[in-house]
Design a binder for this molecule. Sequence first.
Ligand code: HGY
Ligand code: MN
Ligand code: MN
Ligand code: MN
Length: 402
Amino acid sequence: MWADLAPIGRDPDSHGYRRSAWTGADADCRTWFQEQAETRGLTYETDRNGNQWAWLGDPTAGDAVVTGSHLDSVPDGGAFDGPLGVVSSFAALDELRARGATFTKPLAITNFGDEEGARFGLACVGSRLTAGKLTREAAYELRDADGVSLPEAMEAAGYDPSTIGADPERLARIGAFVELHVEQGRALDLSGDAVGIASAIWPHGRWRFDFRGEANHAGTTRLVDRRDPMLSYAETVLAARREAELAGAVATFGKIAVEPNGVNAIPSLVRGWLDSRAADQDTLDTVVTAIEKAAREYADRHGIDLDVVRESFTPVVEFEHALRDELGTILREHTGQGRDIPVLGTGAGHDAGILSESIPTAMLFVRNPTGVSHSPAEYAAEDDCLAGVRALADVLEGLACR
Ligand code: HGY
Ligand code: MN
Ligand code: MN
Ligand code: MN
């Protein structure tokens, strides 16, 4: 199953993945998902927001136990962020069938669309729409770098975008959602555990900084005559690092667009995207306010106009204690390791975080020995992935077979 998915959208040079939402690679991943569902005799459907579902049992019966993740990737992403959760879900179902488990509740496996937000700038589009956290109108305004709108992209991929929007009836039929994910840090490596349980997701957001100056000739324009937005941008990048360090947060300028983008022209526009995250809301506010203040000072000094737009924001998520404790109890009983399964927070966003306000939600993390993620170097050992499958199977058995 993993071998069929592995080549899809893989860059032959970097070995990283390019599975942006509603592209050909994404379509191939979706075909793979449908085949996995049909091979297992599951009822396959896509919902009004293009998320994929594979059902064992009656999808309308209610109190369903749902597991899954996403198959899209960041540009040049790793193999595990997303796919590990989907593959493990199918493998956990196989394991439960091999155990002869009797399901007392419907079970579903999902692939949420456009989790990474790599193409349209907003993460978790599929789950946000379903949970009513992104309106249909706002979704229709999303555009990629080529000006293609989200509905146009969905239509080009063969999906009808006219029905996108909140799906409370679907959520009402779900009793619990569990997402397994590769850890994107080294907490499990440090604690010596293959599997952990999520406690919380840091609040995080994306801000667009537009520095506008004046395009001019790189050879003939005296330094004192320039209004070069790259200078203010560069100083802002350094300020972001400094302010994040001061506050114990993280801040990243990982994407930039320059106009006119000529090697011998002073830029007219430098557009940089800030991704910032912190353990709590106050810290995040403090960091982003300080970065913006510094950016305005640098812009003023160089005669640059600055606009800052918050493009997306996700508040802190504290996963439901009852379900989290239940997972801990189930896993402790099965592993018999005599100590608690580690419970850890994360700075990464997940569909589980979006859904957690609507339905009881929990997450399992699988050890990542280097902590590297959003990179081709992302890695999890096969034994740990298998431990993750067993843990997910234990959890699903505990939740759906009692
Ligand atoms: O955390 C993120 O950047 C994304 O939601 N996976
Ligand atoms: Mn990711
Ligand atoms: Mn992910
Ligand atoms: Mn010339």
